[in-house]
Design a binder for this molecule. Structure first.
Ligand code: ADP
Length: 941
């Protein structure tokens, strides 16, 4: 600063202070303000302002202003303009305190051209002393020098400023704040009135204006925010990511400059333009910084360089800020998610706790079940397919003792009002065994309670005396489990522990489980043994039935029954007694009786009435079971010490007891219901088989009788036939002799005889004739039996025609009408068929009604595999009473004087038809006519 002797020291001091305090990098305006304030301090009542030369039109621009002006701003601008013009060429050293148009004007000297001035309006301006003017000019010179040092052209200051700006920009968080600072710093750094930072929002380079910084000069637009579209000049900057620096004239001449059009009001007027792109890390444009209206002159290349530097920092910062915002957003989102999660978690935790508790309960239950299942499985593995009750109980006891430490187990069964131990674990002391074997009364309270509840009873704190089991006093806790099957209560499983007086859940579960398993196993055993018994019985029956069906000997049948029974029972023997002269005779025996003397006793025949085992069922007709054989009742007891069990059953045939079957077992064994069913069923079958055998025997006997009488008959028949044949054959010659000699006598000597002699002779001839017919017919009949049948397909129509021809020739038949339908082909002996038709049609003609023209019609109809022929006449008919009789040989209904005949014809017909496998019968109405039907086999087609 070049000092001035006329400037009071105090001013300088104050001015320097003001410059110092206003020395903040971005506040040229406040520097001007401070200078103006100092200036006005010298001239009381004055108004003052600082004008800078405008860049293009030459009109000065107002920078700062203070005081109450009399003249309007435009008027002042004009005065300043004219004064500066007047002193043009702008002198480097113009006159200090130019006074013009009522204004004092102090030009900024020393910067080459005068482009700014401090302007003061003061009432009574002429009173301003020269000292005052010099002082103000000195002040102005200081200001100019200071500004010039601070001006954007000052490299080191700018670099420092850029560094500070970068620091400030980097200190800010958040996108909007960052953009605001960038814009502010850019305007201050370069020294311009307008700065705008906008961000690219779309591919066509449309921008969102996000930060605006305006000096006081553009106060009305400080909140301007009209977003430019993508087609303006700045799009060039974004597109190419290249800075653009234009004077106002260049700007307006630029083809992409589109002015503001309808937005002119909203937009501050432009005055030169510097725009640099904001380029992202990836080289993509993210926006631009625009400056307009440089404080002094146009934007320089240096401005551009500096702004590009700032833009580098700014772009990075914007991206960071954006990321920061995104991160913040993400953070907020995460926090929200976290809050939501926490809320969820709280609920979840509560639910998890609840569920955990439930699961714990379930787990405990499960454990109980597992315990129970373990017992169950162990038991089932142990028993396998075992079906013996006591063996099963033994296994159950073993499983319980393996699962529960230090327990004793006993299994009781009921017997005559007592619970008696049948199985017990080996740890039980002898005196205790003795007591439990002897039995506990059924009404012992805990036993009774278990029976009544039909469920295990767990007694914590066992009272031995109360249950009549004083010897078990050392047991602290006892469990009584009733064991039942569908057949009813089977036993009582008792478990005792000396260790504790209380049962735990687990122990209870195991006891229950094994108890239940035992029940199931017993049930299975029952079912199995029942099935086995049934199977065995069924098999036995199958054998028995098969054997018995082919057997006729009753004793063999009894033996089979005994064998079947013994095969289904434990070792023993079977006897079958029938009564015989006051003694029981052992008729069939299976198995050794096991004692020689006993066998001798049996063979000798025990006395009826002194042998209850046999007597009782014989008398009562009911089975007699001795679970424990009454030794000595039947025999001397010493003979049967080895016999334990007996059953004797009556064998009933046709409702009559025929014998007693005795089953004897060596082993002691109650007769079970299955045993009884088996025994009774087998004995029942035995009775039926015997009955059947009897019937078969009877039948055989009858058949034999019949066969022999048949043979006899056949023999006599044959003899008879032989006789008939011989007789008729041998009779023919003498008969012929008698008749021919009688005829001869009649012819030759008939006239010599008197009337009586002639009558006798005629009788002889007639009888001879009849005799001849008889013999002929008889011969024909007997021949039917001896002759072989020559069966072949025969056309019955032709046979009929032959017969018709023959009969028509017989005198008296000339008028008769003998007709037929179309007759079939039959399987027959032609000659016999001829004889059959001859006899039937002949009879129809013979037994005609007087005065009625005889009519005979022969027809045939199919009847299954036969033809049914009908020979129908209109003769005298036959009384139904004689329908059978007429087919019997020699049976006639009329005297020979009325109708000639031998009574053989129909018998011959019947024989013929029957020999062909057919049938002959008659239907008739006396006085109307008869129809004879016969059937013959059809000839194969
Ligand atoms: P016969 O030699 O008497 O004809 P058959 O055995 O042929 O002997 O007949 C037995 C009897 O059946 C005859 O005596 C007759 O009374 C009766 N008879 C048979 N055919 C006829 C018929 N077509 N009409 C009525 N009666 C008949």
């Amino acid at each position: 600063m070049s000092g001035s002797p006329t400037l009071p020291d105090v001013w300088l001091k104050r001015l320097t202070e003001a410059f110092e305090t206003a020395g903040a990098p971005h506040s040229s305006e406040s520097l001007l303000d401070a200078a103006l304030e100092q200036a006005l301090d010298l001239l009381p009542g004055a108004s003052g302002e600082v004008w800078f030369a405008g860049p293009d039109d030459g009109l000065p621009d107002l920078q700062v202003s203070s005081g109450a002006w009399r003249r309007a701003r435009e008027e002042r601008r004009g005065a300043v303009h004219r004064t500066l013009q007047r002193h043009a060429p702008r002198s480097v050293h113009p006159e200090p305190g130019l006074f013009d148009e009522g204004l004092l004007l102090f030009p900024f000297r020393g910067t080459g051209e005068v482009h700014a001035a401090l302007v003061v309006e003061v009432p009574g301006a002429h009173a301003v002393t020269r000292e005052q003017r010099l002082a103000l000019q000195t002040l102005t010179d200081h200001l100019a020098a200071h500004l010039s040092r601070r001006s954007p052209g000052n490299e080191s200051s700018r670099l420092r400023h850029l560094g500070q700006a970068a620091v400030r920009i980097n200190e800010i968080q958040g996108l909007q704040a960052t953009l605001d600072v960038i814009t502010e710093e850019a305007r201050a750094l370069i020294g311009a009135h307008q700065a705008v930072t906008s961000l690219t929002v779309s591919a066509d380079w449309a921008q969102a204006v996000t930060a605006v910084s305006m000096s006081d000069k553009y106060a009305p637009w400080q909140s301007y925010a009209v977003p430019p579209d993508g087609s303006g000049i700045y799009a060039l900057v974004c597109q190419g990511n290249t800075p653009l620096r234009l004077s106002q004239a260049e700007l307006e001449a630029h083809p992409r400059w589109r002015a503001f059009g309808p937005h002119a009001q909203a937009h501050p007027p432009m005055r030169g333009w510097l725009a640099v792109p904001l380029v992202g890390r990836d080289g993509q444009n993210i926006g631009l910084i625009q400056l307009s209206d440089r404080f002094t002159g146009d934007f320089t290349a240096e401005d551009q360089d500096v702004l590009v530097q700032l833009a580098l920092v700014a772009a990075a910062r914007v991206e960071n800020a954006r990321l920061y915002d995104v991160a913040q957003e993400e953070l907020r989102r995460r926090e929200q998610v976290e809050r939501d999660l926490r809320a969820l978690n709280d609920g979840l935790e509560r639910r998890v706790n609840e569920r955990t508790q439930q699961l714990e309960v379930a787990a405990r239950q499960l454990q109980d079940q597992v315990n129970a299942l373990d017992g169950f499985v162990a038991f089932h593995e142990a028993v396998g397919t075992q079906t013996d009750v006591l063996a099963l109980v033994q296994q159950a006891a073993g499983v319980i003792r393996a699962s529960l430490a230090h327990v004793s187990v006993a299994y009781y069964e009921r017997e005559s009002g007592l619970w008696k131990a049948r199985v017990w674990s080996e740890d039980i002391l002898p005196h205790v065994v003795a007591q439990i074997q002897a039995g506990v009364p059924e009404d012992a309270p805990d036993f009774a309670r278990a029976v009544q509840s039909e469920a295990p009873v767990f007694i914590d704190g066992w009272e031995a005396d109360a249950n009549s089991l004083s010897s078990t006093a050392s047991y602290g806790a006892v469990a009584l489990t009733p064991v039942s099957t569908p057949g009813g209560l089977r036993g009582m499983l008792a478990v005792g522990t000396q260790d504790a007086r209380v049962w735990t859940d687990r122990e209870q579960a195991i006891v229950r489980s094994v108890g239940r398993s035992l029940e199931l196993a017993l049930e299975r055993a029952e079912v199995t043994s029942r099935l086995q018994a049934q199977n065995a019985v069924l098999e036995g029956f199958a054998h028995l039935t098969r054997d018995l069906a082919t057997q006729r000997d009753p004793l063999v049948i009894v033996r089979r029954a005994q064998e079947v029974m013994l095969s289904l029972l434990p070792a023993g023997y079977a006897l079958y007694y029938t009564p015989d002269a006051g003694r029981w005779r052992n008729r069939v025996q299976v198995g050794d009786v096991g004692h020689r003397d006993l066998q001798a006793f049996i063979d000798a025949g025990p006395l009826i009435g002194l042998t209850p085992t046999v007597d009782v069922p014989w008398q009562s007709r009911a089975p007699y079971y001795q679970d424990q054989y009454a030794r000595g009742s039947d025999t001397p007891p010493e003979l049967v010490t080895h016999v334990s069990t007996a059953a004797s059953l009556p064998v009933v045939v046709r409702d009559e007891v025929v014998g007693v079957l005795v089953m004897v077992l060596f082993q002691g064994r109650p007769w079970t219901s299955t045993d009884r069913v088996v025994l009774e069923t087998v004995v029942g079958s035995l009775g039926l088989a015997l009955e059947r055998a009897e019937s078969v025997a009877l039948l055989a006997q009858r058949t034999e009788q019949l066969e022999s009488s048949n043979a006899e008959l056949a023999r006599s028949n044959a003899e008879l036939e032989q006789f008939a044949y011989v007789a008729s054959h041998d009779l023919q010659a003498p008969i012929r002799a008698v008749t021919s000699f009688a005829s001869m006598i009649s012819r030759r000597n008939g006239e010599q005889l008197d009337e009586r002699g002639q009558l006798y002779l005629r009788h002889i001839i007639d009888s001879g004739e009849h005799m001849k017919n008889l013999v002929d017919d008889l011969l024909a009949f007997s021949r039917l039996h001896t002759q072989q049948l020559a069966v072949q397909p025969v056309d019955s129509r032709r046979v009929f025609d032959t017969v018709l021809h023959r009969l028509s020739a017989v005198p008296g038949n000339e008028q008769a009408q003998i007709t037929r339908t179309d007759l079939p082909l039959v399987l027959a002996d032609r000659q016999q068929l001829d004889q059959l038709l001859q006899n039937l049609i002949g009879n129809s003609l013979k037994y005609r009604r007087a005065d009625v023209l005889p009519r005979v019609h022969v027809s045939a109809e199919a009847d299954g595999r036969m033809w049914r022929f009908a020979v129908k006449d209109n003769g005298i008919g036959i009384d139904p009473r004689y329908f059978d009789k007429i087919f019997v040989i020699f049976q006639r209904l009329h005297g020979r004087d009325v109708y000639e005949g031998t009574g053989i014809g129909l018998a011959v017909c019947k024989k013929i038809v029957e020999r062909h496998g057919g049938r002959l019968w008659v239907e008739s109405t006396p006085g109307e006519g008869s129809t004879f039907y016969f059937t013959l086999p059809q000839a194969p087609a």
